[in-house]
Write a protein that binds this ligand. Sequence first.
Ligand SMILES: [Cu+2]
Length: 741
Amino acid sequence: MMMESRLIALASAALPVLLLPGTSVAVRVGTKSKAADQTASASWSQDVSNGAFSDNSDFFSSTHGVFQTHPERGPYASRGGSGGSSSGGRGGGAGRNTFSTKSKHLNYRTSSTEELKKNPSLSSPEECARACREGEPPRICYYHFTLEYYTVLGAACQVCTPNATNTVSSHCQCVLADGVERGILTANRMVPGPSIQVCEGDKVVVDVENHMEGMEVTIHWHGVWQRGTQYYDGVPFVTQCPIQQGNTFRYQWVAGNAGTHFWHAHTGLQKMDGLYGSIAIRQPPSKDPNSNLYDFDLTTHVMLLSDWMHEDAAERFPGRLAVNTGQDPESLLINGKGQFRDPNTGFMTNTPLEVFTMTPGRRYRFRMINSFASVCPAQLTIQGHNLTLIATDGEPVHPVLVSTIISFSGERYDFVINADQAPTAYWIQLRGLGECGIRRVQQLAILRYARGPYQPSSNPPSYDYGIPQGVALNPLDAICNNRRNDAICINQLKNARDIDRGLLAERPDVKIFLPFRFHVYTPEDLFSPHTYDRHLVAPNGDHVISLIDEISYLSAPSPLLSQYDDINPDQFCNGDNIPPDCGQNCMCTHKIDIPLNAVVEVVLVDEVQQPNLSHPFHLHGYAFNVIGIGRSPDQNVKKINLKHALDLDRQGLLHRQFNLPPGKDTIAVPNNGYVVLRFRADNPGFWLFHCHFLFHIVIGMNLIFQVGSLSDLPPVPPNFPTCGDHKAEISLDIQNDYPKQ
Ligand SMILES: [Cu+2]
């Protein structure tokens, strides 16, 4: 009800009217329509000579790239040739917005621009989002994230309507999301947060300034290997202490491995409330084995998919029994945009949908990021267009043609769309599968051809009557041992890069079987006096924790990487060293030691065996090769478990294939199945390996690989923050402790 009245207010007051998808752009276009329509063809990746940057139109739409925004209007206004006084001489609008307001602002208002003004060797985000050319010197790209509690449909929406996506800072602080009011967490008052778009080899510096009252945070750069910069991987109590409220932590890392990645909060449940954004690390075309397959790689063609609740994620943890049970989202977003139909009233919000624009006859690289937090797989289909898959998790593959992509939390898929259809507008449909099928959550976006209509002529696809599907990538049934006509499995993709031969040898140096499951508490056990065991209330009402190899991961009180000696060795455990009497809910800091440079094989075995639930495991610090995906070939085995997987391996029946196994850093383990992956442990450090479902992380579905010894690590950065328990001796001298007046 609140949602409905709020929207009526928006539409009736003297506010920017939220138009139907696409029409807001049309309204703005007027005489500039030609310029607007041509921007999609303004490549900057391979064809920058055709004037992409010379479009001086005084507006921009979501079809424009980052650098079509106007630097003199942005927060970085005073940099560059015009010096610090640009607000005086450059036409009033911009200057007024930035400097001439009457309010006194908290000092963190301008902290985002200070460092750039002060340090001329830094490049702004806009300067770094550029075409990458061989032989050009790397840049140092500076970003500032201000993290806050914020609101969807707040009063900022009375001032302006946001229309740029995949940018670093929005000129409009209004967050629309799916048009339903709620409290959120934001970086720079945007959802998704700032986009980091750089060239391979650049250095990325991000100052994370935490102004979330009473909250601590870390940011993880998902997919970035952090070679030599282990301290900036952003895992709380593994690589750093969480950033306290009011503090700024400076992350600095080299964009060493190209590809489509993303960043997100790695603390608590903050990711699901809005703390995520895209990362694109581009390469010179000569370095991408698939660069001949596309003409454009636009900053605006990043497609970040997220699931969305209409309340704080913490409202669902540990979880409820009666109202809003489970942890499934109400809605989905595409680049932070979408619409929502209230299932009770049938009322539909009228917020703008995301629009991607292509010029007829050209081929476009899209960078899709699954930033879901819940357990739902995401299915993306585009009306009338096939998708040529060219990379996953940043690693190139031999191109394959599919018509729909099923992805899991943490995965990325890059694909090419050929704009060879009738030049009109098409629906993009994103469906939540698995548990999300109960609520039938979906979201739409629009793919349009420049100069064509903004709105598809066909009715929007519904959850049950969707866009026709042909070949699916990543089928949920995980029947992956043989070629099939209707689907391509991840282990059937072919790596487009050379593979370390050691990884293809029959025997790895280290083989690790990791079965995982839930432990189900009885209420009597869980709620016995003086015990406070963490738990999740699953949708079926079970109270569970996660176990990997019979251990539920518990954070250490200090980071292993920077304060190893402060941690009691008894805190650590693993399958070979389970503490005595650890119980069925054994909780400790699960750490597996791996010699530096060893070839490691990990076999993940799903003992959860819940239909509709496949857990995606993400490895920090590396990409691994997917050697095998499967289910038991033994028809008599209804449920796989560790013992059965070991038997299969002994008989040589675990599916492995060594012909160009694809590289990835996140892989879903089919339910009641297994995954075999390998990597060479050549990046020393403490690397988290975990299920990427947010609510499984917080109940312990994690472990740490310690690769190498402490002496293999670079020194702790100077003045690195520390943390830990404070348990001073209890003084018995009350008289002296309490000063007399
Ligand atoms: Cu999981």
